[in-house]
Every structure is written in structure tokens, then in C-alpha cells.
Design a protein around this ligand. Structure first.
Ligand SMILES: O=C(O)CCC(=O)C(=O)O
Length: 287
């Protein structure tokens, strides 16, 4: 299915096949800081070492609830002008109108930030932009924005990967991702998993396996840390960090936002230049 539904382009998200057993571990939670106000020189040094910082309360409860309402307005079809992916196997999207029923089918929204001020507010939050500028050494520009949803029971895996494999910027430019939990992100519902320090290995070629991803047998699973976050919590991470999310086999929905930023002075490159570094199998593949 690829159809225009009320001004929203709808496609099917189709990672191929099941997740191999043992690819994630579920007993090592990453350490959390309380809020962006806690970032000091030691935290910045930790980001350089580990490639990420995670925050229990990056955004207030009111900001998080408002963003969730904005996202649900998009899912309900009240907002227009973005791309939406439904889970593999969903073929009745255009017939479903009830927002809760739609939520059980959606996997991803792309380039939706201009559709709702409440979502844009988080993406342009002064404390977030200040942290990004401190990490990059210059003002950030937004590269991409997405909402990543894992519906109960069927929410699919995003296999281990490095985000910069998908972005048309030089591989030595410092891309930073911000992944925001709108629901509690748990071991059961497909929270983020990271390999601390993996960003220091630089770009690693990606392959078409279940998705465009790192090879499963390359993943040092022993080092996997889960990023367990309450609503309003956020993971700030290097575009080179190895990360992934296992499937959601729980009865809970997992809704998250993901924004990516790059240094405002950096010129974008072509897809061909990017794939010369990351592997030609990524042609036409989106994050
Ligand atoms: O939230 C998810 O499930 C996947 C996030 C992610 O790593 C990505 O889309 O790049």
C-alpha cells in the first residue's frame, strides 16, 4: 500500500523476518542523569567517552503531554503534510478512523514537525538546543524528525545500526540524535539499546538483512545497555553510536519522538558520496 490518505502519504514499514535470539540483553540499564540542568564538564566528557547521555526528565510533564496530544492529532488524521508508515501486514489503514485503532497500526511518522506547534516546541526547546551546541561546538540545524511508535504486540524491531549511515552529511561531522520517550520505554515494549563507546569506531558498513543495518554477528551483545526512560525522558546520542530497538511483545504502546541535528555550518553531501562510505546497499533506504 502506498496511498495518499487525507494529505498524509501512507507506506508499509517492512523489515524482513524475525529478530534472532540473543541479539539484545535485558539486564543492564544505562545510567540516567536527572535533567539537562545537570550537564557539567564531567557529563560532557562522559558523552565523548560513551557516545550518549540519558535523562530521566528532559522535558516537563506538561510539555510531554502536549507533545503526545500533538502526535495523536497527527495519527488521527487531523494534521496533514507528512509521511506515515504502518506496520507490515496492515492493509486497512484508509478504512480505520478511530485514533486508538490507528495507533495499533502505525510504526512511524516522518517530517511531521511542522504539522503541530506542540511537537515543534520540543524540537526547538532552548535547553535542548543549548546542550546540542555545547556538544557540537556550534549552533545545531535540524536534519530530520520522526515519531517512532511500537504498537502493542506487533511493534517491530529496528535492528542495530548507526544513524549517520542514513544521513547525507560527511562521516566526520558530528550528528546528534535526541530520542524522547512519550510513554514509559521499558525492556518489554522495545526501549532503546546502545553499545557504549561504539561511536569511537567510526563508520561501519551497513548491509541489507532485516533492514539496512549492522551485521547481527558483529554486535558485542555483552556490552548492550538498555535505556529505560519514563515519559519526558530523553536519550542524546552520537550519530555514530551503535543502537537498536527490539520488538514490542508487550500489551503496552511505545511512542517516541526522534530528532536529529547537525552543525549548522556543515554542507550536505550527495547520497552517492554517503554510500561510498556506508555501503551501496543503502540506496533509497530511509532511517
Ligand atoms: O525507536 C525506535 O524503535 C527506533 C529508533 C531508531 O534507532 C531509528 O529509527 O533510527
Amino acid at each position: 500500500m502506498s496511498a495518499l490518505d487525507d494529505g498524509i502519504r501512507v507506506n508499509v514499514w517492512s523489515p524482513d523476518g524475525g529478530t534472532p535470539a540473543g541479539l539484545y540483553r535485558f539486564d543492564q540499564p544505562a545510567e540516567l542523569l536527572d535533567s539537562f540542568d545537570e550537564v557539567d564538564a564531567a557529563a560532557l566528557a562522559r558523552y565523548q567517552r560513551d557516545g550518549f547521555l540519558a535523562f530521566r526528565q528532559a522535558f516537563s510533564a506538561a510539555e510531554t503531554r502536549a507533545a503526545l496530544r500533538g502526535l495523536m492529532a497527527c495519527v488521527a488524521g487531523k494534521k496533514k503534510g507528512f509521511d506515515l508508515n504502518v506496520e507490515a501486514g496492515v492493509s486497512d489503514w484508509d478504512k480505520v478512523r478511530d485514533p486508538r485503532a490507528r495507533l495499533r497500526r502505525v510504526r512511524k511518522l516522518n517530517a511531521f514537525i511542522d504539522a503541530d506547534e506542540r511537537l515543534k516546541h520540543l524540537a526547538e526547546h532552548p535547553k535542548l538546543l543549548a546542550l546540542l551546541a555545547a556538544l557540537m561546538g556550534e549552533p545545531p540545524a535540524m536534519y530530520s524528525n520522526q515519531a517512532l511508535l511500537k504498537p502493542p504486540l506487533i511493534g517491530s524491531e529496528k535492528p542495530w545500526h548507526q544513524d549517520m549511515a542514513y544521513f547525507n552529511v560527511p562521516a566526520d561531522c558530528h550528528v546528534v540524535g535526541c530520542w524522547i520517550a512519550l510513554d514509559e520505554a521499558t525492556a518489554e515494549n522495545g526501549c532503546m539499546h546502545v553499545i557504549p563507546g561504539s561511536h569511537r569506531d567510526g563508520p561501519v558498513p551497513h548491509h541489507r538483512i532485516r533492514d539496512w543495518q549492522l551485521c547481527d554477528n558483529q554486535i558485542p551483545v555483552a556490552h548492550d545497555q538498555m535505556v529505560l526512560l519514563p515519559p519526558g525522558g530523553a536519550l542524546i546520542f552520537s550519530g555514530l553510536l551503535w543502537h537498536g530497538t527490539p520488538p514490542n511483545h508487550s500489551p503496552q504502546t511505545r511512542r517516541a519522538l526522534q530528532f536529529h541535528y547537525y552543525p549548522a555550518s556543515v554542507a550536505r553531501i550527495s547520497a552517492e558520496q554517503r554510500l561510498a562510505v556506508w555501503g551501496a546497499e543503502g540506496l533509497g533506504v530511509e532511517c
